[in-house]
Ligand binder design. Structure first.
Ligand code: ZN
Length: 275
């Protein structure tokens, strides 16, 4: 309640009067809301209307699952082990719910990086490709890429899922996510600049890569390794949510453990406010 994740007040649906908070052994939360009127005594779960509604895991365990998720370096399996959650899929389901919140956050707060004086590097990674069956027939599976850019100084990143990575399809994505004045290093700079001239747009400038900048992009994929592994073989919707989760955590990567946890609670509060 202090963190705004549970309602501090409830109104009885029958009497339309404030309910009382009470301790009870009758629910897994060991407390509930109860109507003060003797002839009514309607009860409500303490998590009624919150992010935790309809879930059957004790609240203290829910909070710990959120804590481990917020650290971004504790796997689902380890979280299950630490918290001794034996029911299959409970932690997976919670991590999935939090991942969905990241997708909502990224959708509501589109990432823009770069700007005047900033240089970004283009990053792309193939996450699924056409496979040949034994008789040599190519299976109709689309190539799927993670495409984006990383600021070489601030390491701010945007990433999206795409099916093509040529200059024509990539330019609109770059224009959407890069602030005016950004310099973009790309081996396809001539092609990009030609397209920019054709549309009379000079908001970003493309230059040929120089120097050992490959490490920055490789480091980005190294950070993403775990996510990339899980993204392979997942549905399109899941791929996107893993990307969004990665980006949400990355934007908060410089915080300590307590800050990460507070940010996760803030994320929940944003979409499930209890005030
Ligand atoms: Zn009542």
């Amino acid at each position: 309640m202090t963190y705004g994740l549970l309602y501090k007040h409830q109104i009885c649906n029958r009497c339309n009067k404030p309910m009382l908070f009470a301790i009870t052994k009758k629910t897994i939360d060991e407390c509930w809301w109860r109507c003060a009127k003797k002839s009514c005594r309607l009860t409500k779960r303490v998590r009624c209307g919150s992010f935790f509604k309809d879930k059957h895991v004790p609240l203290n365990k829910c909070i710990m699952i959120i804590y481990y998720w917020s650290l971004n370096d504790v796997s689902q399996a380890t979280t299950e082990e630490i918290l001794k959650v034996s029911s299959t899929g409970v932690v997976m389901s919670w991590f999935g719910m939090l991942r969905d919140l990241c997708t909502r956050w990224i959708r509501d707060h589109p990432i823009q990086i770069g700007g005047h004086g900033h240089t970004v590097l283009i990053a792309k990674n193939l996450i699924s490709h056409r496979k040949r069956s034994r008789n040599g027939v190519v299976l109709p599976l689309n190539e799927k890429w993670v495409f984006g850019a990383i600021d070489q100084d601030t390491k701010e990143t945007f990433l999206v899922e795409v099916y093509e990575t040529n200059a024509e399809t990539s330019l609109p994505i770059l224009l959407k996510h890069l602030l005016p004045g950004t310099t973009v290093c790309s081996k396809d700079c001539n092609e990009y600049n030609k397209l920019m001239r054709a549309t009379d747009n000079q908001s970003i400038l493309f230059v040929a890569p120089t120097g050992p900048r490959k490490n920055i992009v490789e480091n980005l994929w190294r950070c993403m390794t775990d996510k990339l592994k899980r993204m392979r073989g997942t549905s399109d919707a899941n791929t996107l949510s893993y990307l969004d989760e990665f980006l949400w955590h990355r934007q908060r990567r410089n915080g300590d453990r307590s800050t990460c946890f507070q940010k996760a609670l803030e994320l929940i509060r944003t979409y499930y406010p209890c005030s």
